[in-house]
Each structure stands twice: as structure tokens, then as C-alpha cells.
Design a protein around this ligand. Structure first.
Ligand SMILES: Cc1cc2nc3c(=O)[nH]c(=O)nc-3n(C[C@H](O)[C@H](O)[C@H](O)COP(=O)(O)O)c2cc1C
Length: 196
């Protein structure tokens, strides 16, 4: 079983991206367990002074780092603000990119998706997020991508993902993510021995 941690780069109570992470956890394919992390509000703005005072970071950061470290992969849903990622999103990447040399994001498989009320589906934000994650050493899945425009129409009043096309694309992304993570899994010792 592959363990995935998912979170959204939004603090908004009605966040569409958080709904998307919940939808992902509900339709996780066989072999994937997806846990939603929902405490980004407790993560302070990154500050090297905080890091110097406490190298393992403040409490909420320790918890997030522990989850990311223990996960086989990370699934991130990003909003788009001003054709980029929200500060909340970048702040998380910055914390997880530290400490320098032993960042929990280093060589961590990551998949990106995003929902917006706008017409372009978070294309700019996903490009920026991919860039920052790659700078931090994460192994960001190149394809498939999931851009969700007019996302307020994709969920019902109870917050459930009801758009069948998006459900299918989300399922495809999750399945591909399992394969992507598998590319970096240690090879069975029997195979290694056979090739020696
Ligand atoms: C400051 C601000 C800037 C925004 N800029 C963009 C943008 O450039 N492109 C876009 O598609 N949506 C933009 N939006 C709309 C957000 O994508 C929309 O509010 C979305 O629902 C936020 O994600 P959330 O629901 O997960 O909180 C912006 C919203 C805010 C508040």
C-alpha cells in the first residue's frame, strides 16, 4: 500500500482545492491510501530566525515534515493568485525545502493539481509550483496534469465532486501517480541478484 499525503494551498473555509483533496482521498484507487492534511493555518511564515531557534521547526511544521517524510508521495492542490501560487503555498514549499541538505521534499514524488473559479484552471500556478518544488529536489510527476476551471460548478452543495469528467481525470492522475512513485521504489533484491 502506498501512503499519500495531500493538502491544498488555501486557508479558506470553503476552499475548492481542499474539496479536491477530499475528493482524491475518497476515490483513491486500490493500492493508494490518501490522507488529507488540513492544518496549514498553523504553519507560520518562514523565517530563518525561527529555524535558527529551533532547527526542527515550530510544532505545525514538525507535524507536516513528519507526515511528508513518512509518505510515499505528496499530492498538492494549488489555487492560483495573480497568475502565481498563493503565499500560503510557497510558504509550505519553503519550510519543506529545509534544512538545507536534508529537506523532506528532496527526492519525494509529488503530483500537482489545481482548481480555480477562473477560466484557465491554475495553469500559471501549477507551472510556478512545479518550478519551486523541483528547486527543492522533489520528483514532480510530468503527466497527466489536472487543471480545473470554473471549479465552483464541479462540486455539489455538500462539497462532493460531482463532475464526471473531472472525476475520471482525477482517477487517471491518481493511478498515474502510483506508477510514478513505483519508478523510484527500491528494486526487489531478487531482480538485483539476477542481474549481478
Ligand atoms: C488575490 C486573488 C487573486 C486571484 N488570482 C487568480 C488568477 O490569477 N487566476 C485564477 O484563475 N484565479 C485567480 N483567483 C481566483 C481563485 O483561483 C479562486 O478564488 C479560488 O477559488 C481560490 O482557491 P480556493 O477555493 O482553494 O481557496 C484569485 C483570487 C484571489 C483571492
Amino acid at each position: 500500500m502506498l501512503e499519500i499525503v495531500t493538502f491544498a494551498g488555501s486557508l479558506r473555509a470553503g476552499s475548492l482545492n481542499r474539496l479536491l483533496t477530499t475528493a482524491a482521498s475518497r476515490i483513491a484507487p486500490a493500492g493508494l491510501e490518501i490522507d488529507v492534511f488540513d492544518d496549514l493555518a498553523g504553519v507560520p511564515l518562514f523565517n530563518e530566525d525561527l529555524e535558527a531557534a529551533r532547527p526542527d521547526g515550530p510544532g505545525a511544521v514538525q507535524e507536516l515534515r513528519r507526515l511528508v517524510m513518512g509518505a510515499d508521495g505528496i499530492l498538492i492542490a494549488t489555487p492560483e493568485y495573480n497568475q502565481s501560487i498563493p503565499g500560503v503555498m510557497k510558504n509550505v514549499v519553503d519550510w519543506l525545502s529545509r534544512p538545507d541538505g536534508s529537506a523532506v521534499l528532496d527526492r519525494k514524488p509529488v503530483a500537482i493539481m489545481g482548481a480555480t473559479t477562473g477560466p484557465w484552471g491554475t495553469r500559471y500556478a501549477q507551472k510556478e509550483l512545479r518550478h519551486a518544488l523541483t528547486a527543492a529536489g522533489a520528483l514532480v510527476m510530468p503527466q497527466p496534469m489536472l487543471f480545473i476551471p470554473s471549479a465552483e460548478l464541479a462540486f455539489d452543495a455538500a462539497g462532493r465532486l460531482t463532475d464526471a469528467k473531472i472525476q475520471r481525470r482525477l482517477a487517471e492522475l491518481l493511478s498515474a501517480f502510483g506508477d510514478w512513485i513505483g519508478l523510484f521504489a527500491p528494486r526487489p533484491s531478487s531482480l538485483v541478484a539476477a542481474e549481478a
